[in-house]
Design a protein around this ligand. Structure first.
Ligand code: C2E
Ligand code: CA
Ligand code: CA
Length: 575
């Protein structure tokens, strides 16, 4: 700041002194000068418009300089204008007292021009620096305040949806619990946004999330509030627990209706887990319990119960143990013969995986395979199965214990099939073992194919072109649409054992089996019946034209060496 622009007020009851100082300052170039010889009037002017500098006499009638200093302090505190006191040389006590009251400096009467100007300039200089500092501090303070408000907002709000975030939700829920308000947690998990983002970009996925929010908000009608737990898991809070079933149904239904966002149409599969105040009074526990209650099936909801905790512990222990199963050599394959009825010989074997855990004993595949699928471990395990089956087959071939056209069927889960290089890697492994591609058959389920029909189709095409045959497993339990099979590079249909089981007693199952077998024949597929347990099954199926049987009637799944004994004895017995 230009010091000459400073607003300087001179207060002295002696007008001559006032004039003297004003003249001196004016001569020196100061532009905003005012003098006053009436202290009360001066005080009024200071309050109305605080000057940048006050030159103040002490001994004055009505109001002394000390009194003015005191009032300035009371009135302005730290921000009182700087004061230079005008005193006589001898007045030591007055000077002391002035300093105590906050005076910055003194001008001694009679005034010495050079000193007066220098002292005034010094005080103005210091003041201007102080002002600068103060204004910077103010600015900083304001910035900090804004930033704090922003952080505060961010700490309780999901940035995309502006819905309460995890922290705000837990606070709100705990608040309700502490106040004895009935509260229920619906933990909503939805699927599909990730794929949407991968296919159409993150911007569209963000818009999709906003559309979901809007749809649920419209649905809520004040019956629930929403919070974002993470991008694909939200929490709904309701007060009236009896209505939860309906709310859960409505939410699932609403999300299942198609959305149209940015020209892309999609719908979401969702699952909901529910917990309520009867289960816990602790907000985070209540949310955890609701999350635990989320059922595995899409578009369904479940309620928390204590048994879920045991189940979780059990699954965690098994998953942990399964993680080490390969390294600890706990996996092995059994081979179940497939018999050609017409040729009376074993034409194939289905490799069936077994896990004998050191801690947990023999674990059924129907339990551990879904577990491996959910943890992703199925890829490594599936790899091991392929490697072991190929090894076993090479060993049998080399020993000459099986026919040249014998093949092993491998169960392949959807996740394996979804790998980009599944087919090519399987083919190259078969070849590098010196085997024919036709030595291996893969069994895939209809549900596995449906996950991504186009990709599955392409993988299967590569396999079948190389000579690996492809079987549809559990036929009849999935989508069961024979028409789509026409377009698939499939050569074998395995009729599921549930249809075989009642063939001899249920006419309906007989009709079904017959229809499937005839259509399969029309399409040029081979049919295999699994779960053949009785001679009647064999007779009925054979009469219908099903050529290949697999089941306990012939043999359960067998260890490799016993399987070979079975093959030999079966052929000798000429059964
Ligand atoms: P799946 O592919 O349908 O396998 C046939 C199942 O039927 C086997 O059960 C077999 O032991 C059983 N079975 C065979 N004959 C009969 C019979 O006459 N009557 C009855 N009631 N059952 C019979 P398992 O070995 O317990 O396997 C269960 C499922 O585990 C398999 O069903 C398959 O989906 C899966 N699995 C087995 N091994 C593997 C594998 O290596 N990879 C993958 N991804 N899944 C596998
Ligand atoms: Ca199978
Ligand atoms: Ca099956």
């Amino acid at each position: 700041m230009n010091l000459l622009h400073a607003d300087i007020l001179v207060v002295d009851d002696n007008p001559a002194n006032v004039q003297l100082l004003l003249d001196m300052l004016e001569d020196h170039g100061y532009e905003k000068l005012e003098g006053c010889s009436l202290p009360l009037q001066a005080m009024e002017r200071i309050c109305r418009q605080p000057p940048d500098l006050l030159l103040l006499d002490i001994r004055m009638p009505e109001l002394s300089g000390h009194q003015i200093l005191t009032r300035l302090r009371e009135r302005f505190g730290e921000e009182a204008p700087p004061v230079i006191v005008l005193t006589a040389q001898t007045d030591q006590d007055t000077r002391m007292r002035s300093l105590e009251l906050g005076a910055r400096d003194f001008l001694t009467k009679p005034f010495h021009q050079g000193e007066v100007l220098q002292r005034i300039e010094n005080v103005l200089q210091v003041q201007s620096l102080m002002n600068l500092k103060t204004s910077k501090a103010l600015l900083l303070e304001q910035l900090v305040e804004e930033r704090t408000a922003e952080l505060q907002k961010r700490s309780v709000e999901d940035p995309l949806t502006s819905l309460p975030n995890r922290r705000a939700l837990l606070e709100e829920l705990q608040h309700r619990l502490d106040n004895g308000q009935p509260s229920c947690v619906l933990f909503l998990a939805f699927e599909g946004i990730d794929d949407l983002a991968r296919l159409n970009g993150y911007e569209l996925a963000d818009s999709a999330v906003l559309a979901i929010r809007d749809r649920l908000q419209a649905l809520s009608g004040g019956h629930f509030t929403m919070a974002v737990w993470n991008s694909s898991e939200w929490v709904l809070l309701t007060a009236s627990c009896p209505d939860n079933d309906r709310i859960a149904d409505d939410v699932i239904h609403a999300l299942g209706q198609s959305f149209d966002v940015g020209g892309v149409s999609f719908h979401l599969a969702s699952r909901i887990g529910i917990s309520d105040t009867a289960h816990s009074q602790q907000a985070d526990q209540l949310v955890r319990m609701a999350a635990l209650a989320v059922p595995p099936e899409n578009n369904s909801w479940g309620r928390y119960s204590f048994s879920l905790e045991d189940e979780l512990l059990r699954r965690t222990a098994y998953r942990e143990a399964l993680h080490n199963a390969i390294a600890q050599n706990e996996l092995f394959l059994l081979y179940q013969p497939k018999i050609s009825v017409a040729e009376e010989r074993v034409v194939s074997a289905e490799a069936l995986l077994r896990w004998r855990s050191e801690e947990l004993g023999l674990v059924p595949p129907d339990f551990f395979i879904p577990l491996a699928e959910s943890s992703g471990e199925i890829l490594e395990i599936g790899d091991w199965v392929i490697q072991e089956a190929i090894r076993q087959l090479s060993e049998w071939m080399a020993a000459g214990v099986i026919d040249d056209d014998f093949h092993i069927a491998l169960n392949v889960s959807a996740q394996q099939l979804m790998q980009a290089d599944f087919a090519s890697s399987l083919i190259s492994r078969i070849r590098s073992a010196g085997l024919n591609a036709s030595c291996i058959e893969v069994e895939v389920t209809e549900t596995g194919l449906m996950q991504n029909m186009e990709h599955a189709m392409q993988q299967l095409r590569v396999l079948s072109q190389a000579g690996v045959s492809v079987a549809i497993d559990d036929f009849g339990t999935g989508y069961s649409s024979l028409s789509y099979l026409k377009s698939l590079p499939v050569s074998v249909l395995k009729i599921d054992r549930v249809f075989v089981a009642d063939l001899d007693t249920s006419e309906q199952d007989r009709n079904l089996a017959e229809t499937v077998i005839q259509m399969a024949e029309n399409f040029g597929f081979t049919t295999v019946a699994e779960g053949v347990e009785k001679e009647e099954h064999v007779n009925i199926l054979a009469a219908m034209g099903c050529g290949i049987m697999q089941g306990f009637y012939y043999s359960p799944p067998l260890p490799a060496d016993i399987f070979i004994t079975f093959v030999r004895e079966f052929e000798m017995s000429g059964q």
